[in-house]
Write a protein that binds this ligand. Structure first.
Ligand code: BJW
Length: 233
């Protein structure tokens, strides 16, 4: 930790990837307009209809090959390189755009499209191809047990202890492109010290806007590089 340099925690949501061409969830043209949450984003939905769920994630995994990080992702990678205090980027996104932009201190709290998990042996594997009902587990060879390594409703998000510790000692908290509908991420802003700068960057006020001390309104590709320039000045 750089003495005298505030510790920075950044939470991102689907809005940061929107200008790369990935749909958000709750917009009028969002993913939840075409798919019922209970069908594609719960363990019960997967049990009922694994083919439907695998197709939903296979389509989104394939789409990653057609998109690239935008100016907001790249600005956050630059910020991590140049920031002299502690830095943690927590994303709710399951895309790999922060990884490709170059961020390293990064937690995918809702999982990753490029990983699969075996329900039998618990192994987690890097995954580029489509997953099918009969895809064998590379480790235990079980059939029909591989699922997307994604956190569905009712499941525990990943690395919550590490996130909680970073929030407790955070001096600046940014939330970028997230609607504040889904917990525990929506509650992070209330977990940072009251003295911390708490900045929301979004096209519109989120569900938890009143908990922030500052708001920057506009597309992430504009507001994020602007704020990064200010923070590094
Ligand atoms: C732009 C922009 C641009 C657009 N520039 N901005 C009651 C109270 C509290 C909690 C609960 C409750 N009932 C149930 C719960 C828990 C539940 C929950 O929160 N439910 C709510 C619906 C109420 N949460 C969970 O179940 C979580 N687990 C949990 O709590 O575990 C604890 C536990 C477990 C077991 C027992 C007991 C306790 C798990 C949540 C998993 C979320 N999973 C999803 C889908 C999987 C991933 C995937 O398929 O991709 O994750 S849901 C979906 O929402 C996805 C996202 O990561 C997540 C957040 O969405 P996000 O990113 O905010 O997107 P949008 O679309 O909502 O918003 C986009 C924003 O961007 C908007 O604001 C735009 O304005 C903005 N924007 N363009 C800037 N260019």
């Amino acid at each position: 930790m750089g003495a005298g340099h505030p510790s920075l925690v950044i939470l991102t949501g689907a809005g940061i990837s929107a200008e790369s061409g990935l749909r958000t969830f709750r917009a009028s043209d969002g993913l939840w307009e075409e798919h019922r949450i209970e069908d594609v984003a719960t363990p019960e939905g997967f049990e009922r209809n694994p083919e439907l769920v695998q197709r939903f994630y296979n389509d989104r995994r394939r789409q990653l090959g057609t998109v690239v990080p935008n100016a907001a992702h790249l600005a956050l990678a630059e910020l991590e390189k140049s920031w002299r205090g502690d830095f943690l980027l927590v994303t709710q996104n399951v895309d790999d755009l922060h990884d490709r932009a170059g961020n390293q201190s990064l937690i995918h709290m809702h999982g990753e499209l490029h990983k699969a998990r075996c329900q039998r042996c618990g192994g987690v594997f890097r995954w580029e191809e489509d997953l099918g009902a009969m895809t064998p587990c590379p480790s235990c060879r079980a059939l029909g047990e591989l699922r997307p390594h994604i956190v569905w409703f009712g499941e525990m998000p990943l690395e919550m202890d590490r996130i909680g510790e970073a929030l407790e000692r955070c001096g600046i908290f940014l939330a970028i492109g997230t609607s504040g509908n889904v917990y525990p991420a929506a509650g992070f802003v209330r977990m940072v010290p009251r003295t911390a700068r708490r900045i929301e960057l979004n096209l519109e006020a989120s569900q938890v806007a009143s908990a922030f001390s500052e708001h920057r309104s506009g597309p992430a590709t504009v507001t994020v590089p602007e704020l990064v320039r200010e923070l590094l000045a």
